[in-house]
Design a protein around this ligand. Structure first.
Ligand code: GUN
Ligand code: FE
Length: 475
């Protein structure tokens, strides 16, 4: 590719390179990238790298490439009830909205039809890596893994473990069944994966342990899941934590031996460096220290936290503590499939936190760090890409562009004809402008895309170098 590339580089920085040459090898990995290549130097640069017959895809003015988005927490079977149930808080919402919908996935043909449409939409919204919750059903969750694998998305797919505090028609009969189904799903998904292209890389689709949340698992089940986890140190774990006040107090009453919510997972060996904790809205200082000590990651789900009236997670504080943080749509607690929407709400959530802090007379806005401040654009981009990669344990493989990493990327188009953002007056070829003004223009495009963009602006979606979605792929 030759053209504008935006590449996150740290929590507070990204590089905006208007004339970047980005080379992808035959396995879909990034071979090299060179910034600031003048058009007249293009052929020489390629030749000096030994790229004689390379096919170069030129980007138009108004198009740019960014790393694909990483959704660290979503529920594929809840897409059918997206945008409903906002009158409830978590526990009633589960009872009246979510469990009834999820129970329909006992029907495999319903699962097939729904998951095909869900995964297609998730990909076309720019999510190249997704951590999916399925339902409690083994067969339907196999279907989800099949669909993800056949569409070529990078993903973690888990079957919910839930053997209590759920309705009679939607509950696992025993801890043994739950574990045996989980083991079957793990082998099924591992057998799905095509051989990886390089030995260092992990398969595109991987299993993930998914105890729904502490409330829906008995001690016996959590303890068996802990044993399974101990025998599989590389197996990721995903669950919910400290989302809602009633949930937290109910959890406390079910696990009197644990000193807090995070302590429940820790007690059963489920809190470790490859654990993804969704929400983390109301953690205590003790829990924050424990999560940091265990190096578990947090999935920030601001749309859901607003929608289910759960609260606002103090993400700036977590970043200051050095905790890994990524973004999660948490559909259908969240009402949008797209990480763009999560970025927008992460921005608003941080601003609301900052406003609340201002009303505290002890608040000192000159304190360094992220806590109680709006999040800069670079940080929002980081959370959606590199932060998510770290939470998934794939920081060496995805989340930014660097030699040896996988090319998981979006080709974004904010030209007027793409429909919604409306940047007019762009030329067919790049206009003659000094590099600094072009960089500033690119900063402006990124911000506009993050706040006003949607799937109409995502022309192409690549995973491991393969084009597998986006607006131009559909047409
Ligand atoms: N806690 C347990 N299950 C769920 C769920 O499906 N969504 C959310 N947001 N929280 C949960
Ligand atoms: Fe969730």
């Amino acid at each position: 590719f030759y053209g504008a590339v935006i590449n996150p580089t740290s929590l507070t920085t990204y590089s905006a390179s208007p004339r970047c040459l980005l080379a992808i090898d035959a396995t879909g990995n990034i071979d090299w990238l060179e910034e600031d290549v003048e058009p007249h130097a293009l052929q020489d640069t390629l030749a000096s790298r030994g790229y004689i017959d390379a096919q170069v895809i030129p980007l138009k003015d108004g198009e740019f490439i960014i790393p694909g988005f990483i959704d660290t927490h979503t529920h594929a079977p809840q897409v059918p009830n997206m945008g409903t149930g906002g009158q409830y808080e978590l526990l009633d919402w589960l009872k009246y909205v979510t469990f009834p919908t999820e129970s329909k996935f006992e029907d495999i043909s319903f699962a097939q039809k729904t998951y095909k449409s869900v995964v297609r939409r998730v990909i076309d919204s720019g999510t190249t890596t997704c951590c999916y919750y399925g339902t409690l059903h083994l067969e339907a969750t196999k279907v989800l893994a099949d669909v993800v694998s056949s569409y070529g998305q990078r993903a973690f797919v888990g079957k919910c473990n839930m053997n209590r505090e759920s309705p009679p028609h939607y509950i696992e009969p025993s801890s043994d069944t739950s574990i045996s189904d989980t083991r079957q799903l793990i082998s099924y998904i591992r057998n799905l994966s095509k051989p990886t292209l390089t030995s260092k890389q992990e398969p595109l689709v991987q299993p993930i342990l998914t105890p729904r949340f502490a409330i829906s698992c008995t001690d016996d089940l959590l303890s068996s899941l802990g044993e399974l986890a101990a025998s599989e140190p590389n197996l990721r774990i995903q669950t919910h934590i400290s989302e809602n006040k009633s949930e937290i107090s109910f959890t406390g009453s079910l696990f009197p031996a644990a000193s807090h919510y995070a302590g429940v997972y820790d007690m059963f060996g489920l809190l470790r460096s490859n654990t993804i904790l969704a929400h983390a809205v109301h953690l205590t200082q003790e829990e924050i220290s424990l999560i940091k000590e265990k190096n578990a990651g947090i999935s920030h789900c601001p749309t859901s936290n607003f929608n289910l009236n759960s609260g606002i997670a103090p993400i700036g504080l977590y970043l200051d503590k050095g905790i890994k943080v990524g973004l999660g749509t948490d559909v259908s607690g969240g009402f949008q499939i797209s990480i763009l929407n999560t970025i927008q709400n992460a921005c608003i959530a941080a601003k609301v936190c900052a406003l609340q802090a201002q009303s505290d007379p002890k608040h000192d806005p000159s304190t360094p760090g992220f806590a109680n401040k709006p999040l800069p654009i670079a940080t929002l981009l980081y959370l959606a890409t590199m932060g998510g990669a770290a939470v998934c344990g794939l920081q060496n493989q995805i989340g930014s562009f660097a030699p040896g990493k996988s090319f998981d990327a979006l080709l974004v188009n904010i030209r007027e004809e793409s429909g919604n953002i409306g940047i007019w007056g762009l030329s067919e070829s790049e206009p003659f402008q000094d590099l600094d003004s072009q960089r500033k223009r690119l900063d402006n495009w990124l911000e506009k895309f993050l706040f006003c963009g949607d799937d109409r602006n995502i022309s192409r979606v690549y995973v491991q170098g393969n084009l597998m979605g986006g607006r131009s792929y559909r047409q």
